[in-house]
Design a protein. Structure first.
Length: 202
């Protein structure tokens, strides 16, 4: 089972992924967390390049993200799914679509087609969107010890990405939206309640 945890930077994805991993493990499943971009030696190298200040075009950067994702799915995701692991992705397909739609202006249908090649048309069983007002997310980002350039994107960018995430939640299957503006415990309670029907299906 592949679970993507999505949301703009600052909504608390990493914290909730950890809590979700603990819960799924208690339920008796093999479970692992992946963080995109990265997760493989090749992906880590690409991630370092992405976070560097090296000049690159928006399209070149998009293909770099896509290359990291392709290697991650080939090397980790698909083999682990075959072994019936539950994989939690800290950022996933929705992040690729929303980020590059806003950054490049490419249509979601084009980005979705490109992503399908990279993932061999593998779709998440569940996507959890942690939705938080941008002002709150930006304030949380200020508390990070080592913020990246992606944490420092403009408020307008985050607003557009949040809007795109919410749009994706209406057009793609198996998405749930939780309110990320409340406490960590309350967010996780929403996630458990939303995820339970999908766990039962599995």
């Amino acid at each position: 089972m592949l679970i993507d945890v999505e949301g703009i930077d600052g909504v608390g994805k990493t914290t909730q992924c950890g809590l979700l991993q603990e819960w799924i493990s208690v339920l008796g499943h093999e479970v692992m967390i992946l963080k995109e971009p990265g997760g493989t030696e090749f992906g880590v190298q690409i991630n370092e390049a992405i976070h560097s200040e090296s000049p690159r075009s928006k399209i070149a950067e998009m293909y770099a993200f896509l290359s990291a994702k392709a290697q991650l799915y080939a090397q980790i995701v698909l083999p682990k799914l075959a072994l019936e692991y539950h994989i939690i992705s800290d950022r996933g397909q929705g992040s690729f679509l929303s980020y590059h739609h806003v950054k490049t202006g490419l249509e979601l249908t084009i980005l979705s087609t490109l992503m399908s090649y990279a993932t061999l048309n593998t779709k998440p069983s569940l996507t959890i969107l942690i939705d938080t007002p941008v002002d709150i997310a930006i304030q949380r980002n200020k508390g990070k010890n080592n913020p990246t350039k992606f944490d420092k994107m403009s408020k307008a960018f985050f607003e557009d990405q949040r809007t795109t995430f919410l749009h994706l939640a209406t057009i793609l299957p198996n998405w749930i939206v939780v309110n990320g503006a409340v406490s960590i415990e309350e967010v996780f309670s929403q996630i458990k309640n939303g995820a339970l029907p999908f766990m039962a299906m599995k």
